[in-house]
Design a protein around this ligand. Structure first.
Ligand code: ZN
Length: 131
C-alpha cells in the first residue's frame, strides 16, 4: 500500500533568504510500482492499437506509442516516490505558498513563488548544515 511521507526541505531565494518547507511524497511498494508500470504500458499500447486505424499518420503513431509505452513503463517502475506538493513560507514575501512538483522532479530544483514570482531554490534540508 502506498505510504505518504513528509520530508523537510529548504527554500532559498536569490537574495539568500531561507525557510523550511514540507514536501509530501507518496512512496510505492514494488508491487504497486509494477502495477503502475503495467497500467502505463497498457495505455500506450492501447493508443497504438487505436492509431492503427488513422490513415497515413499510423506509420508514425503506432511505432511511437509502442516504444513510448516501454520507455514510460520502465521510468514508472524505477520511480519509488512521487511528489504530491510542497507547503511552506516564501523567504522573499513571507507568505504561505503551495508548490506543485511533477512526477519525475527531484531536488535540488528551481521554482517560482506563486505569490511574488521570485525564484526559489528547493534543496534537501540536510544541505543546510553543510553550508
Ligand atoms: Zn514569495
Amino acid at each position: 500500500m502506498a505510504v505518504t511521507e513528509t520530508q523537510v526541505v529548504l527554500l532559498r531565494d536569490s537574495k539568500g533568504g531561507e525557510a523550511e518547507a514540507c514536501l509530501q511524497l507518496t512512496r510505492f511498494e514494488p508491487r504497486e510500482r509494477l502495477q503502475r508500470a503495467v497500467r502505463m504500458l497498457g495505455i500506450c499500447w492501447g493508443l497504438a492499437l487505436a492509431a492503427v486505424f488513422v490513415p497515413i499518420v499510423h506509420f508514425i503513431l503506432v511505432p511511437g506509442f509502442l516504444v513510448a509505452g516501454v520507455v514510460m513503463a520502465i521510468r514508472r517502475y524505477r520511480q519509488p516516490t512521487e511528489p504530491n506538493g510542497l507547503h511552506g513560507q516564501c523567504p522573499g514575501c513571507q507568505r504561505a505558498v503551495v508548490l506543485r512538483l511533477e512526477a519525475g522532479e527531484t531536488l535540488p530544483q528551481w521554482k517560482y513563488c506563486p505569490e511574488c514570482n521570485a525564484g526559489l531554490q528547493l534543496l534537501p534540508a540536510r544541505i543546510q548544515g553543510t553550508e
